[in-house]
Write a protein of this length. Structure first.
Ligand code: NAP
Length: 320
């Protein structure tokens, strides 16, 4: 490590690696703190959420599609090619009250930095069922992103389930009606939380069926999902619904806990608040990119674009 880093990039999804590519090509010699590998998808992984995605068909430049891990390996290789340095640790706390900034890692090291790009992403919330995790990790038909996975051949003309009652769930359900034979929207209450416009889209669809007052008790199937076990929240009755895919859309949690006490401003949903049309946070010299600062678009390509912006903003900051 250098005595004082020009720029430290925290996170290694599309936003983190893209900012590394740009920062390295601008001769900033970036240090990328990419996180420690973990065995559960419910926490931030090196490589980000794409490490849990099988085929990525909507990332421009790959007309035949590419797997999420292959895409991330390519991002990393490109960042390394221009000299980005990598530290396989988590950042556990940040002190942005002093200049240079001080970051503490899970290995107990202190990194001093003139500028920081936070690109730690957000993690999809899961139901927390053992079989849900197993089938999500193994590409067995459980996913937290219909836009990423829903168009895969395995889901075409099949009955599918979406879990959740917010805008994301109904948007995902609506998207899936293009491919599926039928889409069940499993919700734990008897009314959706989503906007009226989104609800209308579901109620008007011939393929979408709301399944009210149900929670998911278990996901059935060995190598791939065959159905889900439901429990009625009113009667307590259990039932099985046969589906070939389950999309969990019960919200996301931005990975910001390591910023507690750092003074970084978060918005009302807990995402990093950015200045308009910029990656600047409320702290000069600290920038943010990707899903950690974006509750709305949450796509690999938009995160990569934000990573590019953050590197350019950091470069301008360091030059002034
Ligand atoms: P959300 O609005 O927080 O909705 C989460 C949904 O999941 C709720 O219906 C909730 O049920 C359900 N849920 C939460 N935990 C659950 C659990 N353990 N088991 C079963 N169900 C559970 O999250 P979101 O839909 O991801 O939306 C996040 C924000 O982005 C919202 O502000 C939304 O409006 C916005 N968004 C906007 C658009 C758009 O405008 N096109 C698209 C997507 C998202 P309850 O209703 O019972 O709490």
């Amino acid at each position: 490590m250098s005595e004082i880093e020009n720029v430290v990039i925290i996170g290694s999804g599309p936003a983190g690696w893209t900012s590394a590519i740009y920062a390295a090509r601008a001769d900033l010699n970036p240090l990328c703190v990419i996180g420690v590998p973990k065995s559960t998808p419910s926490i931030v992984l090196p490589g980000g959420q794409l490490m849990l995605t099988t085929e990525v068909e909507n990332y421009p430049g790959f007309p035949e599609g590419i797997t999420g891990p292959d895409l991330m390996a390519g991002f990393q290789k490109q960042a390394e090619r221009f000299g980005s340095r990598i530290l396989t640790q988590d950042v556990v706390s940040c002190d942005f009250s002093t200049k240079p900034f001080a970051l503490t890692t899970s290995g107990g090291e202190t990194i001093l930095a003139k500028s920081v790009i936070v690109a730690t992403g957000a993690t999809a919330n899961w139901l927390g069922l053992e079989n849900e995790m197993r089938l999500a990790m193994g590409g067995g038909g459980v996913s937290a992103c219909a836009v990423c996975d829903g168009a895969l051949p395995v889901y075409r003309d099949q009955p599918l389930a979406v879990v959740g009652g917010g805008d994301s769930a109904l948007e995902e359900a609506s998207y899936l009606t293009k491919f599926a034979s039928e889409v069940f929207v499993i919700h734990r209450r008897d009314e959706f939380r989503a906007s009226k416009a989104m609800q209308k889209r579901i109620f008007d669809s011939e393929k979408a069926t709301p399944v009210w007052n149900k929670t998911v008790l278990d996901v059935l199937g060995e190598d791939s999902i065959t159905g889900i076990l439901l429990k009625d929240t009113v009667t307590g009755e259990e039932s099985t619904l046969e589906v070939k895919g389950m999309f969990v859309a019960i919200g996301h949690t931005p990975a910001t806990s390591f910023l507690d006490g750092s003074g970084i401003e978060l918005d009302s949903k807990g995402y990093i608040a950015l200045h308009t049309r910029s990656s600047a946070t409320n702290i000069e010299g600290v920038f943010a990119a990707g899903d950690v600062a974006d509750a709305h678009y949450r796509q690999a390509i938009s995160a990569a674009g934000m990573g590019c912006m953050a590197a350019i903003d950091a470069e301008h900051y360091l030059a002034t």
